[in-house]
Design a binder for this molecule. Structure first.
Ligand SMILES: Cc1cc2nc3c(=O)[nH]c(=O)nc-3n(C[C@H](O)[C@H](O)[C@H](O)COP(=O)(O)OP(=O)(O)OC[C@H]3O[C@@H](n4cnc5c(N)ncnc54)[C@H](O)[C@@H]3O)c2cc1C
Length: 471
């Protein structure tokens, strides 16, 4: 469906610059998909702006003419959040890919939204520093997209999600106002925290054009413990006991056998035959105390697992880390036919609730007799329950039911329906259910009111986060 008159197209092209606009179907087709199974509409135009002024001018035209706008950077979203649900244009911030400033003593780096996370960390490594948020998609995902989804990733167990690392931002609101929020300082107490509001807003409020990010010195030393389990609740108990002992791992990942199988070749380690679950824990410390900490963690895990592999060789650690980061892509290869899709779940519960939650989820999946795998960032309570299903009306009905039942398990354990991927269009019913169960639907109303302040014409990323009946 076309919504743009030639007059509006001309106005948008004039302010964005002809060289920054994609017009042809061939050029625009890649924007119909993100990394999820959800397909979006073909954008009428794809704008690739070079600066915030161009974005502000485009958004002023769009908001005064009711043109819907979807924002996108790396396009690795797993929830349909970076594709169009309503006809309109797409703004892709990938041309804005510069690192603008670095200050080691004040501990910040300033970036444009299109900087990919691995590129940022390659740059920071030269100074012995790093930016901790590390989603498994870090090679392709960006500063803009990861802030807008409040991405977590492997190191969140120790460093928290993206929200802990954003000090300030430059942002263009849905009606085209350029605002700056936050500071270059590690703390501030000056009114409402608008920066925090932008994190996880999934492009529904406007476009992020610059971010001031906190950075950390690289850990001095780290080592890895791999352990193998028959029973899912033992994995939960092992990680809980490690944390109860006062050890905060740098990463704590778990995988079920199907996930392990999908990356077995790339890990290249001996896996005991009885293995149903693998736990991978990294401990970081000073060179002097690493060994003691590793032994302490090993002793705890031994209560639940009879086979433990300790790895300190950096090359081998990188090989296994990269294999784990490729787990989702490798799972796609386990589809039984072309029609099958993999729907990635993303719930989180407090770490202490993990053993019971994991058992209940596995039982629920088995009841449905549906192929599903479990892996996740178990150290912070984040479990990805990944469902294999036919992309048909009947197939998706089963998926929706199972997702809702799994979501209710998480909510009943004081958890949440999305830990790090965001809501997109995929989980907006689950989000509604979460607030309904918490008896706090008014929170969703407040969120909508906030959106209305930033985006009074409701043009930004419509249909994402909040369920909207299609008109
Ligand atoms: C293989 C794989 C593994 C993954 N592993 C993890 C993981 O471990 N942890 C994790 O948290 N996530 C993970 N993800 C999900 C995804 O990579 C993250 O959500 C990522 O941070 C999104 O970044 P992006 O640049 O690709 O964003 P996009 O997909 O382009 O966009 C994501 C959202 O941000 C909005 N957005 C993008 N740019 C802007 C901007 N400049 N201004 C305003 N809004 C904007 C979009 O509208 C959309 O709502 C994984 C994805 C894949 C494919």
């Amino acid at each position: 469906m076309k919504t743009l008159s030639s007059d509006i197209i001309k106005k948008i092209v004039d302010v964005a610059g002809k060289n920054n606009v994609l017009f042809t179907k061939e050029e625009k087709i890649p924007y119909k998909n993100d990394a999820s199974y959800i397909q979006g509409l073909l954008p009428e135009l794809v704008i690739m702006p070079e600066n915030a002024d161009q974005i502000a001018s485009v958004l002023k035209i769009c908001s005064s003419n009711g043109v819907n706008v979807t924002v996108r950077s790396g396009g690795t979203a797993l929830t349909g959040s970076s594709v169009l649900q309503y006809p309109g244009i797409l703004i892709n911030t990938m041309k804005m890919d510069k690192i603008l400033d670095l200050n080691l003593s004040s501990r910040y780096v300033v970036c444009q939204p299109g900087v990919r996370l691995d590129k940022l960390n390659e740059y920071l490594k030269k100074y012995n520093f790093f930016y901790p948020p590390d989603p498994a998609s870090s090679r392709a995902s960006t500063v803009g997209g990861s802030i807008s989804t409040n991405a977590g990733g492997l190191r969140a167990v120790k460093y928290g999600a993206t929200k802990e690392w954003v000090l300030g931002a430059e942002f263009v609101t849905g009606n085209g106002n350029i605002i700056t929020t936050g500071e270059y300082t590690l703390k501030r107490s000056a009114g409402y925290d608008i920066t925090a509001l932008l994190i996880g807003s999934e492009g529904t409020l406007g476009v992020l054009t610059k971010a001031i990010l906190k950075i950390e010195p690289l850990p001095e030393e780290s080592g890895r413990i791999l352990s193998f389990f028959r029973d899912i609740s033992e994995v939960g108990m092992a990680i809980s006991d490690v944390k109860n002992a006062g050890i905060t791992p740098l990463i704590a990942e778990f995988m079920d056998l199907q996930t392990v199988d999908s990356i077995r070749d790339r890990m290249n380690i001996d896996i005991p035959e009885y293995t149903q679950f693998l736990l991978m824990i990294d401990i970081d410390s000073t060179k002097k105390s690493l060994n003691d900490k590793m032994i302490q963690a090993e002793e705890i895990i031994k209560k639940y697992s009879s086979d433990i592999i300790v790895i300190t060789d950096k090359g081998k650690m990188d090989e296994i880390y990269n294999a784990r980061k490729g787990a989702y892509s490798s799972l796609l290869k386990q589809r039984e036919n072309d029609k099958q899709i993999v729907i990635i779940g993303d719930l989180i519960v407090p770490a202490s609730e993990l053993p019971d939650t994991m058992k209940e989820i596995r039982r629920k999946i088995d009841e449905h007799k549906i192929k599903a795998t479990l892996f996740g960032h178990i150290g912070d309570g984040n479990i990805h329950a990944n469902i294999f299903a036919e992309n048909t009306v009947d197939g998706m009905k089963i998926v929706d039911e199972l997702q809702m039942e799994i979501a209710r398990i998480a909510i009943s354990h004081r958890g949440c329906v999305s830990a790090e991927h965001g809501i997109g269009t995929e989980k907006n019913i689950l989000l509604y259910e979460e607030y309904r169960k918490k008896n706090s639907l008014y929170t969703l109303e407040l969120m909508k009111n906030i959106k209305n302040v930033f985006d009074p014409e409701n043009i930004m990323n419509r249909g994402k986060i909040f369920y909207e009946k299609q008109d």
